[in-house]
Design a protein around this ligand. Structure first.
Ligand code: F6P
Length: 319
């Protein structure tokens, strides 16, 4: 193998740059030419790529976002579009591809692998919802952003004796809400994986009030309902000053934490090793602090399971 390429796809995540850097530097270390593909699969289909040098990935390890930019391309599900991508790869003499992204990005990597082109998936998404890895690149930074916000909101919530609803990202996965809610000491955490009624929340708030609690923090994943809707529903049932904060895309930005930089460096480097070993169609991950890999075809169509023990603990600690 002489030439490989790397792209980032789907929602960006802090640490993607550290992963790109690892792929490029590990590749060059092993005497490979490494190409960067811009704008994800869209750029691949349209031949938007260039050779990256050691210096191309200098000074990026600490930066959020992705220097290769990212895009979502639902049309990539079409085999004709996949064949166009394949043509571009062949035309440039590229023999292996590292795809950094989430579930949708893995589908593309699996499709190309099925067409005979070796791809390796690297889990990059703030949602932490990829099967085959305990943590995804960007998740740790995102939950640190959320707990920073919770801490600040708690200050003002306590001064004014208010109830705050904080809406965080996660359409299908509640990991951000759960882990940040636990680390931020939220009284109530609402996630798509668990059904909670408004009455349950009201009961909880009531119990807190009875034991002298002056303020409350409720963290809700966007996939459950919007923070604004939740606050409206609560206001109909309780006599409290309920305020809302929607954290939105600030959760996707910022300098990656040490944990995310290290994870990205380890996963990106392992992806290159797999291509060098002739093992396409794999996805890398971290399990028990060891870098592992699995067949990508077995990963993208499985449902990620949230950690039940963490759910239980969050409930036990916020009685
Ligand atoms: O998948 C990452 C993610 O940030 C989700 O948590 C969120 O629901 C979605 O992307 C938002 O996507 P967009 O940036 O397209 O609005």
């Amino acid at each position: 193998m002489k030439k490989i390429a790397v792209l980032t796809s789907g929602g960006d995540a802090p640490g993607m740059n550290a992963a790109i850097r690892a792929v490029v530097r590990k590749g060059i270390y092993h005497h490979l030419d490494v190409y960067g593909i811009y704008n994800g699969y869209y750029g691949l289909v349209h031949g938007n790529l260039e050779k990256l040098e050691l210096g191309s990935v200098g000074d990026i390890i600490h930066r959020g976002g992705t220097i290769l930019r990212s895009a979502r391309l639902p049309e990539f599900a079409d085999v004709k579009v996949q064949e166009k991508a394949l043509e571009q790869l062949n035309q440039h003499g590229i023999e292996g591809l590292v795809v950094i992204g989430g579930d949708g990005s893995y589908r593309g990597a699996n499709a190309l692998t099925k067409l005979g082109f070796p791809c390796v998936g690297v889990p990059g998404t703030i949602d932490n919802d990829i099967v085959g890895t305990e943590f995804t690149i960007g998740f740790d930074t995102a939950i640190n952003t959320v707990i920073d916000a919770i801490d600040k909101i708690r200050d003002t919530a306590s001064s004014h004796e208010r109830t705050f609803v904080i809406e965080v990202m996660g359409r299908d996965a509640g990991d951000i809400a759960l882990w940040a809610g636990l680390a931020g000491g939220a009284e109530t955490i609402l996630i798509p994986e668990e059904k909670t009624t408004i009455d349950d929340i009201v009961d909880r708030l009531q119990r807190g009030k009875e034991r002298g609690k002056k303020h409350s923090i409720i963290v809700v994943a966007e996939g459950v309902m919007s923070g604004v809707t939740l606050a409206e529903e609560l206001k109909q049932k309780i006599d409290a000053d309920v305020r809302v904060s929607v954290l939105g895309h600030i959760q996707r930005g910022g300098s990656p934490t040490a944990t995310d930089r290290l994870l990205a460096s380890r996963l990106g480097a392992r992806a290159v090793e797999l291509l060098l070993e002739g093992k396409g169609g794999r996805a890398v991950g971290i399990v028990n602090n060891k870098i592992v890999d699995h067949a990508i075809a077995n990963i993208f169509n499985q449902r990620h399971h949230i950690d039940d023990e963490v759910i239980r603990l969050a409930k036990e600690l916020s009685i």
